[in-house]
Design a protein around this ligand. Structure first.
Ligand code: 6CS
Ligand code: FE
Length: 293
C-alpha cells in the first residue's frame, strides 16, 4: 500500500507533509454545528457532561481499584523511573469500559467523524498521579499509529473522558490548534519492540524545537491548554500535536481514552517495517468491536 505519510525514514530531516485526508468524514448528526466546525478547524472539541454522576462515580471507583490492584486483563505501564502506575491499556473488553465504549452518544460521534462503522483501536487510562507523574512529550498519535501499527489514513480520533477535573495545575493536555492539518515526518528508525519504552517516554517520532517553532508560528503562536470537568469528554483528531507536563499538584489527573478508528481504515502492515505492536495497544476490528454498529 502506498505510504502517504512516510516517517522515520532514513532521512535525517523533519518534513511537513500536507494532510490529504478529510477531518470529519460523515454527515452532521451527533455534534452540534459549532462542535463540528471547531473540530474541523482546530482539531479538537470538548463535549461537556457526557457522563452523568452515577456513571462517573462508577468509573472513578474502578479506576481507583485498577491503580492499586490491576489484574491480568489489562496491561500496565509504569512511570519511567519508578513503579508508579502511569497507564493501563487494553481495557475496553471489560466492564464498565466495554459499556462506556458503547455509549450511544460516543458511538454516534464516532460514526459522524469516521464516516461509518468504527471500532476501538486502543483504550487506556492515564493516571497522571499527583506529585509523581511525568508528562508526555509533544507528539502526533497518528505518527505512531501509522508507523508502528500500520494505520493507513487519518480517519481516527481519541475520545478522552475526564475521570478527574483537568485543571491548569495537574498536568493538563496541551495542543497546538490546527496542527492536525499537517503531518510532521520525523527522522530516526523505529527500534524493535519500541512500544515497551515508548509508552513510558516517547523518543522517536517527536518534533524538535525548530519544527515546534514552525507549527506554533502556523498556529499564530497558540498552545491551547485543555481544562475540563470530570465527566467531560475531549474529542481530538489522531494527528493533533499534543503533549502534557508533569503533575506537580496534589490532585490526580486521570483520564480514560478510547481511540475510535474507521473499520475502512483497518490496520495494514506497519509502515516502519517492524512487527505489529501487541493487541493491547493496537486492536483490530475483528478482535474487539466497540459496540459501534
Ligand atoms: O503509542 C501509543 O499508542 C500511545 N502513545 C502516546 C504518546 N499517545 C497515544 C498512545 O497512548
Ligand atoms: Fe498521545
Amino acid at each position: 500500500m502506498r505510504d502517504l505519510y512516510p516517517t522515520r525514514t532514513a532521512s535525517r530531516e523533519f518534513k511537513f507533509i500536507d494532510r490529504v485526508d478529510p477531518v470529519v468524514y460523515g454527515t452532521p448528526g451527533a455534534l452540534t454545528q459549532y462542535q463540528r466546525d471547531a473540530y474541523s478547524a482546530v482539531g479538537y472539541t470538548l463535549i461537556q457532561g457526557l457522563l452523568n454522576r452515577e456513571e462517573l462515580d462508577a468509573l472513578v471507583d474502578v479506576a481507583d481499584g485498577m491503580f492499586w490492584d490491576h489484574d491480568g486483563d489489562c496491561h500496565v505501564v509504569t512511570e519511567p523511573d519508578s513503579d508508579i502506575v502511569r497507564s493501563v491499556f487494553g481495557i475496553h473488553g471489560q466492564p464498565p469500559f466495554r459499556e462506556l465504549a458503547g455509549n450511544r452518544k460516543l458511538n454516534a460521534i464516532a460514526r459522524e467523524i469516521c464516516g461509518g462503522d468504527a471500532y476501538v483501536h486502543q483504550s487506556r487510562i492515564n493516571f497522571k498521579s499527583p506529585m509523581q507523574s511525568t508528562g508526555w512529550t509533544w507528539h502526533s498519535d497518528f505518527e505512531t499509529w501509522h508507523a508502528e501499527d500500520g494505520m493507513p489514513r487519518m480517519r481516527c480520533f481519541s475520545a478522552m473522558i475526564c475521570i478527574d477535573a483537568n485543571t491548569h495545575y495537574n498536568g493538563p493536555l496541551m495542543v497546538i490548534p490546527g496542527s492536525h492539518k499537517t503531518f510532521l515526518s520525523c527522522p530516526g528508525e523505529t527500534p524493535d519492540a519500541n512500544h515497551v519504552q515508548h509508552l513510558a517516554a516517547q523518543v522517536v517520532g517527536v518534533p524538535d524545537a525548530a519544527s515546534m517553532e514552525t507549527m506554533l508560528t502556523n498556529a499564530g503562536g497558540a498552545i491551547d491548554i485543555i481544562t475540563a470537568k470530570a465527566g467531560d469528554v475531549l474529542l481530538f483528531d489522531c494527528n493533533l500535536m499534543h503533549g502534557s507536563g508533569s503533575n506537580v499538584s496534589p490532585w490526580r489527573r486521570a483520564n480514560l481514552t478510547f481511540v475510535f478508528n474507521a473499520v475502512e481504515n483497518a490496520l495494514v502492515e506497519p509502515f516502519c517495517g517492524r512487527q505489529h505492536r501487541p493487541a493491547h495497544v493496537a486492536s483490530k476490528p475483528s478482535m474487539m468491536k466497540a459496540g459501534v454498529k
